[in-house]
Design a protein around this ligand. Structure first.
Ligand SMILES: Cc1ncc(COP(=O)(O)O)c(C=O)c1O
Length: 454
């Protein structure tokens, strides 16, 4: 409880007395009190102390079109007055969900024309797991249940989502993963590449998929799920050799491929989907976040036509949520997609802001703390190291957290994944705002280095 502002203190007291925050150490949060964010516009947030903060993470990678767009509020308000809720169970539908499904089919990769809606990305991946198994059962291969995923991947926080994810610290709580999910190595050259070149390591990491398929037996494997670029794991850009080799392996074995597009989808890479960026041909794609720019919760699973044809023969799919395809969320998503398209926001990311951000970020390579800068589109990562040449980390110093705190104190949100600083600003960020982001990032790297030396 550090604030002198009575209003902030009041909110912090409410937090202490009543709120359990996600991904937080409850006791530590009580001692410190949360930072209270009160308003936002464009790429900026304001907190209850009056500080203006450049949101280098677009919330949680989601606020694609930036904060404060009245059109989305108006779309929600109009829909709430007309039809605030109705479910899609029992052979009913409503216009917004149908129009949204069509709008998504129009932007999705060719041959992916159907969407199952959920309330979040995690629910999208739960849906995927059940749909994959249902699919193989309909095809008379009910043993094909195992889903192959990757260590340090992130697929959500429900029981299935956290199991599919490869976060050890999540598995440790609650006996995860559930049976039927196995993990292979991730393509994280900087941390795990050893003496291999990135290209060699990319092939090695991709080959782990084939080894796992053979170990489990292709008759038992239902699907492989992966993020085109791992986000929460630390913005891990696979070496150039990785996806081509994975594609060869997928072509060889009869298993489904699921691209988790929750972060990469809706323009983050400068293409509509990460699968477009890497020319992947997924059978299913999980979506959320940028679908509504985070203004309202919504997720889903986009499914390839050939898979839908099989599902059509399978009778009831006994799965769904009260809020699947919620009309207000659907109306907001439709308006969000309209804005992304009509304002050519993704085209601008592709042609202008992504190349500029990537160029400016790489200037940080000269900083003594920086071991690598990497990025694609409006995604970026800065590896903090003790020794650039050997990629040796500062052991046990919590350098990432030190840097993150300096960032907050200096008006920038950069997230720390261990000692990797990551950014994913709103897609509407301007060139001047990119300059501000990079200038602030450098200042915080300087402050972090001084703190380590002092
Ligand atoms: C790749 C990926 N998949 C799934 C999820 C889970 O989405 P949600 O938090 O909406 O459940 C996330 C969330 O960060 C994600 O990054």
């Amino acid at each position: 409880m550090t604030s002198n502002n009575p209003q902030t203190r009041e909110w912090q007291t409410l937090s202490n007395d009543h709120h359990l925050a996600p991904f937080s150490d409850f006791k530590q949060l009580k001692e410190k009190g949360p930072r209270i964010i009160t308003s936002a516009k464009g790429v900026y947030l304001w907190d209850s102390e009056g500080n203006k903060i450049l949101d280098g993470m677009a919330g949680l990678w989601c606020v694609a079109i930036g904060y404060g767009r009245d059109e989305l509020a108006d779309a929600a308000s109009k829909q709430m007055r007309e039809l605030p809720y109705y479910n899609l169970f029992f052979q009913t539908a409503h216009p917004p969900v149908l129009e949204l499904a069509k709008a998504i089919a129009d932007i999705a990769p060719q041959g992916m024309n159907h969407v199952f809606f959920t309330g979040s990305g995690s629910e999208g991946n739960d849906t995927m797991l059940r749909m994959v198994r249902h699919y193989w059962a309909i095809k008379g291969q009910p043993k094909k249940k195992v889903i192959i995923s990757r260590k340090n991947g992130y697929h959500g926080s429900t029981v299935a989502g956290a199991s599919l994810g490869g976060m050890k610290y999540m598995h440790e709580q609650g006996d995860l993963p559930i049976p039927g999910i196995v993990h292979i190595a991730q393509p994280y050259w900087f941390a795990e590449g050893g003496d291999m070149t990135p290209e060699e390591f990319g092939v090695w990491a991709a080959n782990q998929l084939e080894e796992k398929i053979l170990e489990v037996g292709v008759d038992n494997v239902g699907a492989f799920i992966a993020e085109p670029i791992q986000g929460a794991g630390g913005v891990i850009i696979p070496p150039d050799t990785y996806w081509p080799r994975i594609k060869e392996i997928l072509a060889k074995y009869d298993i489904l491929f699921v691209a988790d597009e929750v972060i990469c989808g809706f323009g983050r890479t400068g293409e509509w989907f990460g699968s477009d960026f890497y020319d992947l041909k997924p059978d299913m794609m999980t979506i959320a976040k940028g679908l509504t720019s985070g203004y309202i919760p919504m997720g889903g699973l986009i499914v390839r036509d050939e898979v839908v044809e099989v599902l059509n023969e399978g009778g009831d799919f006994n799965h769904g949520f009260t809020y699947s395809g919620h009309p207000v969320a659907a109306a907001v998503a439709l308006e969000n997609i309209r804005i992304l398209r009509e304002e050519k926001i993704i085209e601008r990311v592709h042609a202008e802001t992504a190349p500029y951000l990537q160029k400016r970020l790489r200037e940080l390579n000269d900083h003594p703390l920086v071991g690598e800068v990497r990025g694609v589109g409006l995604l970026g990562a800065i590896e903090l190291v003790q020794d650039k040449a050997t990629r040796k980390r500062y052991e046990g110093k919590g350098v990432g957290m030190i840097c993150r705190t300096f960032c907050f104190e200096n008006g920038l949100i950069m997230r720390a994944v261990g000692d990797t600083m990551i950014i994913a600003p709103p897609l509407v960020i301007t060139l001047a705002e990119i300059d501000e982001l990079v200038t602030k990032a450098r200042k915080c790297l300087d402050l972090t280095l001084s703190a380590l030396q002092g």
